[in-house]
Design a protein around this ligand. Structure first.
Ligand SMILES: Nc1ncnc2c1ncn2[C@@H]1O[C@H](COP(=O)(O)OP(=O)(O)OP(=O)(O)O)[C@@H](O)[C@H]1O
Ligand SMILES: [Mg+2]
Length: 238
């Protein structure tokens, strides 16, 4: 069953047409990656799914509900959470307070149960619950940003460049966590420039170039496609 369905969506910023007639879908339980270079329109698509920007044309639905007509809060209640680019934690709040902020739509008891689940997933955060978020390392801040999104118990998690700026070891950790989160039943929409790692954990992928989808398929197909290899996987990389 299609969970997220984006049909012929166009999005502009004034005169700039950032996204031009994009269609893509994500089935319940999948991990789907959107690959593309800087400025291709990846973040713009994610912002539209989470209601931060409205498309000028096309439809976006989630579990049959029209996302374009919902406000932010309604989209969160429908089960969608985005972890934006650049891990935006609240630096002057503790790790625990940041996590609690993520659960604002839930009851106290649900929040407690979810907190146990989230800190179980991120042992590094468990050791640092009372540390100010601004003093965490980059990788820890990324974990906190993901953890905070999980506190709302999303059914669809949007991750915008989760591996950006992380060391190779932490990149592995983050992708491992994404797989773990998915195995608990959360559908994942991943935006990445690290195409190889992202496709390796995904079921399917789409390639976005200057606002249009130019290729799509199973991750295996994309990893083997000459175009993807040349443009996104880099010659001689492994
Ligand atoms: N607020 C804005 N105002 C005007 N133009 C914008 C705005 N945000 C994005 N754009 C433009 O829209 C296009 C798509 O941007 P977007 O951020 O979606 O790309 P991206 O694929 O996420 O790139 P990156 O990999 O660098 O994050 C770019 O040309 C960008 O300059
Ligand atoms: Mg972006």
């Amino acid at each position: 069953m299609k969970a997220l369905d984006i049909v012929d969506v166009s999005i502009g910023y004034g005169e700039i047409k950032a996204v031009k007639g994009v269609s893509l879908y994500i089935e319940q339980g999948e991990i789907v990656t959107l690959v593309g270079n800087n400025g291709a329109g990846k973040t713009t698509i994610m912002r539209a799914v989470s209601g931060l920007i409205k498309p000028s044309a096309g439809r976006i639905s989630y579990c049959g509900k029209d996302v374009v007509r919902m406000n932010n809060q309604e989209i969160v209640r429908a089960g969608i959470q985005m972890v934006p680019e650049g891990r935006q934690v609240f630096p002057m709040m503790s790790v625990l307070e940041n996590l609690e902020m993520g659960a604002f739509t839930r009851s106290r008891q649900e929040a407690c149960e979810t907190l146990d689940m989230v800190i179980g997933l991120f042992p590094r955060l468990k050791e640092r619950l009372h540390q100010l978020a601004g003093t965490l390392s980059g990788g820890e801040q990324q974990m906190l940003a993901i953890g905070r999104a999980l506190m709302a118990r999303p059914t669809l998690l949007l991750l915008d460049e989760p591996s950006l700026g992380l060391s190779p070891i932490l990149v592995e950790t983050i992708f491992g966590l994404i797989k773990q989160i998915n195995e608990t039943g959360t559908t994942v929409f991943l935006v990445e420039q690290n195409a190889r790692m992202a496709l390796l954990v995904s079921n399917r992928g789409y390639v976005l170039e200057t606002g249009s989808i130019v290729a799509s398929g199973t991750s295996e197909d994309l990893l083997n496609s000459e175009h993807v290899k040349n443009a996104y996987l880099g010659v001689g990389q492994d």
